[in-house]
Design a protein around this ligand. Structure first.
Ligand SMILES: [Fe+2]
Ligand SMILES: [Fe+2]
Length: 141
């Protein structure tokens, strides 16, 4: 039976593996996107990278501060052969990411780590903006 703190550390490591996935996904899709919108879409994907990098760095530091070991293994990037598939994949990833952070926020609250609660809320704001900008693009496709 693991403690709330151990469950939180395990959850933060899942989040970190997914932030690493997000970084690799956006770089890979930016590199491989083709078609008439290539230039804009490459820029769009690459614009997300600094946020995800900041989230990953934050999580690695927090996991270490809590006494855990930050994972070095990213979740696998889903393949995509065209722009629409890329956008659908990153939209789903952002949605699932927000759900995971809401669960993490609840665990942080249970543990009484309100600094983490506050930091997670900022990250949730970033991911919500990512999700909404992807939705605006998908709406016009
Ligand atoms: Fe992120
Ligand atoms: Fe994101």
């Amino acid at each position: 039976m693991s403690t709330i703190k151990e469950q939180l550390i395990a959850g933060l490591n899942t989040d970190l593996a997914n932030e690493y996935q997000a970084i690799i996904t956006y770089i890979t899709y930016g590199a491989t996107v083709t078609g008439i919108y290539r230039e804009e879409m490459k820029e769009f994907f690459m614009r997300e990278v600094p946020d995800e990098l900041r989230h990953a760095e934050y999580l690695a530091n927090k996991i270490a501060a809590l006494g855990g070991t930050p994972t070095t293994t990213p979740v696998a990037v889903p393949p995509a052969s065209d722009l629409k598939q890329m956008l659908l994949n990153v939209h789903r990833a952002e949605e699932e990411t927000i759900a995971r952070y809401l669960e993490r926020r609840h665990q942080a609250e249970q543990l009484g780590d309100f600094g983490l609660v506050n930091d997670l809320e900022e990250i949730i704001s970033d991911e919500t903006k990512h999700k909404e900008s992807i939705e605006m693009i998908l709406r016009g496709l």
